[in-house]
Design a protein. Structure first.
Length: 237
């Protein structure tokens, strides 16, 4: 899957010369937390987000700086902070040098960049023109229809074999050999002992994702070999 398959297009953008009140109205109207800042020729020059508008003189929420802290702030930094909290134009408060992505990029690249840069959206740029935007919500919308919802009819033997295949794929050999799998009428029972609680969780999730599984009963016990602590499986909810 590529970015262009998931992105929202056209992107709702704003010009750097527009008033911040226009940006606020757009974000509230479209229920988005940020906007790409685009020149009249379609060039991406920044991003304005809710975070850029939190520290404002009108709200008396400017960042408090002690006299000691001011000793280490350059005149340029002080001037920049003042413009950010008092500026009336989008170009004054936007975050410059925005991270962007191209429409043909794999979706995994977009997810990686969202996480790496800790942002909620990425402008999508092609030939120096903004052609869309991809956000976390766009990715969730793409995910929803792909998550299995039904329990396809399958016999218990095939279900067990599918679970074992998945365990061989995701679990280390030393762990999967200690986990037993039994299936009756689509209900999976996991038994055994592991030395890492995360392995127990992975074994359960792997079973839950196999088609035909109605429910998973986790009886796997976690034992800490260094502390001699044994923790039973979590109670069924």
């Amino acid at each position: 899957m590529q970015v262009k398959d998931v992105m929202t297009s056209p992107a709702i953008g704003i010009a750097p010369t527009d008033a911040i009140t226009d940006a606020i109205r757009l974000m509230l109207e479209h229920r988005v937390s940020g906007l790409p800042v685009i020149t009249p020729t379609g060039e991406l020059v920044g991003v304005v987000t809710e975070g850029d508008l939190m520290r404002r003189s009108e709200l008396d929420t400017e960042a408090a700086v002690s006299w000691f802290g001011n000793l280490f702030r350059t005149p340029g930094r002080q001037a920049s902070d003042y413009v950010h909290s008092h500026g009336r134009r989008v170009g004054d408060v936007m975050s410059e040098r925005p991270v962007s992505i191209w429409p043909e990029a794999p979706l995994r690249d977009a997810v990686m960049m969202l996480a790496l840069h800790n942002v909620r959206r990425l402008p999508v740029v092609k030939d120096d023109q903004v052609v869309g935007i991809i956000s976390r919500s766009d990715i969730l919308r793409a995910l929803l229809p792909l998550v299995p919802q039904d329990h396809a009819v399958s016999d218990d033997r095939n279900i067990r074999e599918a679970i074992l295949r998945e365990h061989r794929r995701v679990l280390p050999w030393s762990a999967r050999t200690l986990i037993g799998v039994d299936v009756a009428n689509g209900v999976v029972e996991l038994t055994g002992t592991v030395t890492d609680d995360r392995v127990r969780t992975a074994a359960r999730v792997a079973a839950e994702n196999v088609k035909g599984v109605v429910s998973v009963v986790d009886h796997v016990v976690y034992t800490n070999p260094y502390e001699g602590v044994t923790i039973p499986p979590p109670p069924l909810l």
